[in-house]
Design a protein around this ligand. Structure first.
Ligand code: CDT
Length: 311
């Protein structure tokens, strides 16, 4: 029998630097209610959904930097989202910046949580693939995630929830096949991914025009090769002069995009996902037990560097 999860991808338009949490949470609540009106079981929000994408700036004032992070989840500002989820009986996945005090030092992570229909956190993930730099670079714009976040230390766990096996990844993670495969070998059935993907930050116009294509390329390949649904949700539009791609989408285990946004603003798209749709692939084409042969791939002892052109 089919196992359905009706999922909403709640894409966000830009969040201004001076937009406070109350205002952002009001936008998230509006989309949560819309998702509930569509009969959804869960709504998926973007990476770093509560604030502007601050890694585009060098922020040297520690108090200012700290203001972008949550010290607890739910924080008082975000509590209304948890309360409304419980009231409506809808789950959600939320990306945010996390700060924890451990061993007398501040640890900063780019994090997402999975919340069930009772408003309880049932899963947490911390972003592993951190793009950009820790210092300023000689490019038209900055991307300082390596400065502001540690590499996640929770692996790629898969959680039981919503009648299936749910995983999470965050933005740049989606470009790495290992992300999907780590969850694929745990028989994941739906992966939720938020992203903030700017264009125009280096000098490579070729890459910019391909940004949306590459977004879908990796999401569709990751979904199909691991026989899982992928729900990918952008924060997009022109945020503080930075252009960010949209085209949030829901991808079936076949690799087909079954729903996609058509704006660069707050927009909800919905699909009724059959979690069993991955089974024919898991049992046959991508039956890892029968066909995958990691013991024959050769031991990779170090990552190869870029190829140096011959003079
Ligand atoms: N947020 C995030 O991970 N964005 C990256 C862009 C990096 S450009 C240096 C992405 O892969 O979309």
């Amino acid at each position: 029998m089919a196992r359905f999860v009706k999922v909403a991808a709640a894409q966000m338009g830009p969040v201004a630097r001076d937009e406070d949490r109350t205002c952002v949470v009001a936008r998230l609540l509006k989309m949560m209610r819309e998702a509930k009106d569509w009969g959804c079981d869960i709504v998926v929000y973007p990476e770093l959904a509560l604030t502007t994408f601050f890694p585009r700036w060098l922020i040297e004032d520690e108090a200012e930097l700290d203001s972008y992070y949550e010290t607890e989840m739910p924080s008082p500002d975000v509590q209304p989202l948890f309360d409304e989820a419980r009231k409506l009986g809808i789950g959600f996945q939320l990306g945010y910046c996390e700060i924890v005090n451990e061993g007398g030092r501040k640890r900063r992570f780019n994090t997402s949580v999975l919340v069930d229909k009772n408003g309880e956190i049932i899963g947490k993930y911390r972003k592993i693939h951190m793009p950009g730099n820790s210092e300023l670079w000689d490019k038209p714009a900055q991307h300082l995630e390596k400065r502001y976040f540690e590499i996640g230390d929770l692996g790629f766990p898969v959680f039981e929830g919503f009648g299936g096996r749910i995983g999470m990844a965050i933005c740049n993670d989606r470009r790495w096949p290992e992300t999907y495969r780590c969850m694929g070998i745990q028989s994941v059935e739906m992966i939720m991914i938020g992203y903030n993907t700017p264009v125009g930050i280096d000098y490579n116009f070729d890459h910019d025009v391909l940004a949306s294509f590459h977004n879908h390329l990796v999401l569709q390949a990751g979904a199909h090769q691991n026989a899982t649904w992928v729900v990918a949700v952008a924060k997009c539009g022109i945020e503080e002069s930075s252009k960010m791609i949209g085209q949030s989408c829901i991808v079936a285990p076949s690799g087909e995009i079954v729903a996609m946004t058509s704006t660069l603003g707050d927009e909800v798209i919905v699909h009724k996902c059959d979690l069993d749709a991955g089974l024919p692939y898991k049992e046959d084409l991508f039956n890892f037990g029968l066909h995958r042969r990691p013991e024959h791939y050769g031991l990779i002892v170090e990552t190869a560097g870029p190829i140096t052109p011959q003079k």
